[in-house]
Design a protein around this ligand. Sequence first.
Ligand code: HEC
Length: 193
Amino acid sequence: MVLSILCVSLIWFSGGNKILHADTLPNDLGKAVTEIENLDEMRSHLASFLESTPDKPTPDTFKQVCKPVGMKMKQLGEENGWQTKQIAKKYRNPNHAPQNLQEVMALAKFEQDENLKGFWQPEIVDGVKGTKYYRRINVESSCLACHGLKNERPSFVQQKYPQDLAYNFHVGDLRGMYSVFIPEDAIEALKDN
Ligand code: HEC
C-alpha cells in the first residue's frame, strides 16, 4: 500500500519536472548547480586531505570537513536568497533530518536510482512558488574515518552527537542530499538586474 502510494507519487514527481516552464528555469538554477558541485568537491578534498596526512588528526583537524560545508551552504543561501539544506535519513546533526514529504520522496528517488545525480522540480515552500534543486551525496572512502564503524568514530563525534545516526556507511552508499530552493522572487530579481 505504502509502496504503491510512493510509486504513484514518484510518477507524479517526474511529470512535475516536465511542466516546469522554460521561463522559470532561472540562470540561478545553473548557478545553484555549479555552487553545489564546488561545495561537494570541497568536502571531498577536505576529507581526502585528512585521510592522507601522516600526522594523527587532532580534534581540531577532525572538525574541518563537514562543518565548513554546512557554513558555506548557509552563506550561499544568504547571498542568493535561496533556502539551502543538507538532508539525510541517517543524520548526524538533527537539523538535517528530512522535514516533509517532498524531502522524504527525493531521498527515496536517489535511493532507488543510484545513477540519479540530481534533479529539480517546481515546489511551493511556505506559500512561495519556486524551483527546488536536489543533488545526491555519496560516501567515499575518505568519509569512513567519521562515518564508518560506530565504535571507530572520533571521540569528538561520539561526545558532541549523542543521537548520531550517520555511521556504518560503506563506499558508494547514499549519504544524503543537498537541496536548494530558489523562490520565484529571486528569479525575478535576477531578471531585473
Ligand atoms: C572529520 C570527520 C568527518 C569526515 C572525514 C566526514 N564527515 Fe561528514 N560529518 C561530520 C560531522 C561532525 C558532521 C555534523 C556536522 C554538523 O553539525 O552540521 C557531518 C555531517 C555530514 C553531512 C550532513 C548530514 C548530517 O548527517 O548531519 C553529510 C551529508 C556528510 N557529513 C557527508 C560526508 C561525506 C560525503 C564525507 C566524505 C567525503 C564526510 N561527510 C566526511 C564529520 C565528518
